[in-house]
Design a protein around this ligand. Structure first.
Ligand code: ZN
Length: 179
């Protein structure tokens, strides 16, 4: 059972176990599961890293043209920090970090930033588990690249459970298509 929507983080507490997310319309049911890493704050390291690189480059540039004015550097640092904090606050509850979820219409996969995609069950093939790296590979029909699900499982058991659920959902979807 899901306690929040894997796509938009909307709280699903108090809603029926099989329902549609009121916020983003993702359909889920009693058997739906979602996996994502515990430490999602790690994804704020990306903007922080970009900021650091920007600062070093700016500093370097001002130094090289001989216009190193302390107050300019300070104001760049302050405004960049403010922007980073605002971006981090804005992203805190919305669409950040990898997540995978088995829901009614398909496998919802988001790799990091961005909206993510629901891959319909009928477009997927039976998954393979990589035992060494806690990874589940889901082949896609046609010549599309397989989905590589990683960085979301806390244990081997999680990877195993998701693989089993993908198998089951694909079988159900195939049976529905045939009948
Ligand atoms: Zn939602």
């Amino acid at each position: 059972m899901l306690d929040k929507c894997p796509q938009c983080d909307y709280s699903l507490a108090g809603l029926p176990a099989a329902h549609t997310c009121p916020e983003c319309k993702l359909r889920y049911d009693e058997a739906s599961v979602a996996y994502q890493p515990d430490r999602r704050w790690r994804f704020f390291l990306y903007p922080a890293f970009l900021l650091a690189v920007m600062l070093v480059l700016t500093w370097d540039w001002w130094a090289s043209v001989g216009r190193l004015n302390g107050w300019i550097i300070v104001s760049i640092v302050i405004s960049a920090s403010i922007v980073t904090v605002l971006v981090a606050l804005g992203l805190r509850h919305y669409r950040v970090g990898p997540v995978v979820a088995a829901v009614v219409d398909g496998l919802y996969v988001r790799l990091g930033f961005g909206p993510g995609t629901v891959h319909p069950w009928t477009e997927l093939d039976h998954p393979v588990r990589n035992l060494r790296s806690r990874k589940v590979i889901v082949p896609r029909k046609g010549k599309r690249r397989p989905l590589s699900i990683r960085d979301v499982f806390a244990t081997e058991g999680d990877a195993h459970r998701l693989k089993a659920q993908i198998e089951q959902r694909i079988s159900e979807a195939t049976r529905r298509n045939e009948s």
